[in-house]
Design a protein around this ligand. Structure first.
Ligand code: GUN
Length: 295
């Protein structure tokens, strides 16, 4: 079997057009332009690319985006001060603090300072709690992008075994949570999975990943998932993106796993563009929540 690619670039472009139409209607009826404030600290090359992509996507969708670029030496107090100002600014609906932050900054303290109603990344404990309880305010961007991708390719999740490799706060944990819920904004077929979460201390990892109908790799180790770790006919979602001498590489050995799986996401052009599209949706959602005229 040779797997079919799940093309995130094309799908994200379609979703961004749908969001752009929703933004146009929202702005016409309320007079409000949804606005995202992005905070980028330091000059990590990966983060710069992400933030640039997010800004460009905002502009194309009719969302205003304001970049706050700060030097790597910015103190935690200065960062908290900026976030307090953005929280109080009624013209700003969404706040994105690009991670990773420099080591001298307490990331949790900074991310917790973002007003929950402006937390378009869904990182704030209040928004994480709402997701866990099955009543999300914002859906976490990468996990939601994966859920959309499966749904729009007609790949049901309900009753199937999803194995998530990786337990990060940004991908692994919220991914497991989304898929284990009773339902989702896309209906019950996009949720209700049996979910297993594996990580660096998991014993017998290949035996577990081979049981996956849907395997989500979010470990951050280039080409970690080999063909021997994949059940023939599985759907393989690659969240990793590492810069190597061969260019950008995912967490999955793409060429080998493509010979075994039924569906696979390429890197780049798979999950990444979906994350950006979901961020736009959350920014519109944040503007709706904060704009009384939209209710
Ligand atoms: N760093 C890696 N992914 C993300 C993301 O989705 N949002 C933010 N804010 N930082 C990230």
């Amino acid at each position: 079997m040779v797997a079919v690619d799940l093309n995130g670039k094309a799908l994200a472009s379609q979703i961004r057009s749908e969001i752009a139409a929703d933004v146009t209607a929202f702005s016409a009826s309320t007079g409000v332009v949804p606005t995202l404030a992005a905070v980028l600290v330091g000059d990590d090359p990966g983060s710069q690319v992400y933030v640039r992509n997010k800004q460009r996507a905002c502009q194309e969708a009719g969302i205003s985006s304001i970049l706050h670029r700060l030097p790597a030496e910015t103190s935690e107090a200065e960062l908290l001060n900026l976030i307090a100002r953005l929280n109080a600014d009624t013209q700003v609906h969404g706040i994105l603090v690009q991670t990773p932050l420099p080591a001298h900054v307490d990331s949790a303290r900074v991310l917790d300072a973002v007003a929950p109603l402006k937390d378009v990344d869904a990182f704030h404990p209040e928004n994480v709690g709402l997701l866990v309880q099955g009543r999300p305010r914002f859906l976490p961007c990468t996990p939601h992008g994966i859920q959309q991708m499966l749904h729009r390719h007609g790949i049901a999740v309900s009753g199937r075994h999803v194995v998530v490799v990786g337990r990060s706060d940004i991908v692994g944990k919220p991914m497991a949570n989304l898929f284990m819920q009773r339902t989702s904004p896309l209906g019950p077929e996009a949720a209700n999975a049996t979910v297993t979460v594996c990580h660096s201390r998991t014993v017998g990892l290949p035996e577990i990943t081979r049981q996956a109908d849907i395997l989500v790799a979010a470990i951050g180790v280039p080409r970690f998932v080999s063909a021997a770790m994949v059940q023939p006919g599985a759907t393989v979602i690659d969240v990793g993106i590492s810069r190597t001498a061969d260019g950008l590489v995912g967490d999955v050995d793409y060429a080998a796993v493509k010979q075994v799986a039924a569906h696979i996401t390429p890197v780049p052009g798979g999950v990444g563009p979906m994350t950006v599209a979901m961020l736009l949706g959350n920014t519109l959602q944040a503007a709706r929540i904060q704009c009384p005229a939209a209710a």
